[in-house]
Design a protein around this ligand. Structure first.
Ligand code: ZN
Length: 269
């Protein structure tokens, strides 16, 4: 049954060979996965995500510059993102944000391009996929300051919600409540299945099903029982099963609800 939406994955991962990617595509086609969103993290991966989305009817994509690579962002890059975003298969700007764990780009450079890309998403009335690592409060502050949760932005979507996804949410349940008040969606993935991850389990207990997205972030963050191997979109099933276990719901119910959430979030018919 095609009932899963992997809302954040990297079929565009630059270490795949063409054979590996072709194998992944056929595995997805044979799985319960109905749709994926291939998420750009720099210019080449954004272009590649768009080429996958154009080629594969079940693949949608986001384009954007990850904070790791924001030191390489340019005005020409911004123009190219804008051009790519005009394609109907581009359904979000992302992944964008701040990463103060690795600090691969200077923090001020990360902040600058995060703000610029939020403004682009506002201007184009497009969903935003956010990456936040060890910068939780500042990411939220910047999103608020740049109008990602503003009435004006919300009014540009048919459902009146801001269409902001905090992907791979790793903050506390308390902080999650603040995001819920703002109308954000929270994405959970493999770490939810890891032993002793009480923090993310508490998040899933707190967050209503209608505000949850499930994802793999493949090839990273492989869920149990495949932890230690490369991740892939079909494994999003194990994230759905864990959410179902925590919430006392059936797998089918969680899969279908999060599929509908992702379709609504990305504006897919
Ligand atoms: Zn990612």
């Amino acid at each position: 049954m095609k009932i899963l939406f992997d809302s954040h994955t990297h079929l565009n991962n630059d270490t795949y060979t063409e054979e590996e990617r072709a194998e992944l595509i056929s595995e997805i086609e044979e799985s319960d996965v109905a749709y994926i969103c291939d998420i750009g993290f720099d210019m080449p991966s954004s272009r590649l995500a768009l080429s996958h989305a154009r080629l594969l009817p079940w693949c949608w994509c986001a384009v954007g510059m990850h904070p790791h690579d924001s030191k390489d962002m340019t005005e020409e890059g911004m123009e190219e993102l804008r051009e790519m975003a005009a394609d109907p298969k581009v359904v979000a700007i992302g992944e964008i944000g701040l990463d103060f764990h690795y600090d691969l780009s200077p923090r001020d450079t990360q902040r600058y391009w995060f703000r610029r890309q939020i403004r682009l998403a506002n201007e184009l009335a497009m969903p935003i996929v956010v990456h936040s690592r060890e910068a939780d409060r500042e990411v939220m502050d910047i999103l608020i300051e740049e109008g990602a949760f503003s009435e004006r932005r919300k009014a540009s979507f048919a459902d009146g919600s801001p269409h902001v996804d905090i992907h791979c949410y790793s903050g506390s349940a308390e902080f999650a409540k603040e995001y819920l008040k703002l109308g954000a969606m929270l994405g959970v993935d493999g770490p939810l299945t890891y032993k002793n991850n009480k923090k993310t389990i508490a998040v899933v207990e707190t967050v209503p099903l209608e505000s949850l997205l499930i994802e793999t972030d493949a090839p990273y963050l492989t869920p149990v029982p495949y932890r230690g191997k490369p991740n892939k979109s079909p494994y999003v099933e194990y994230v759905a099963r864990k959410v179902a276990e925590i919430k006392g719901l059936t797998y089918e119910k969680v899969a279908k609800a999060t599929l509908d959430n992702a379709k609504n979030f990305f504006g897919i018919e």
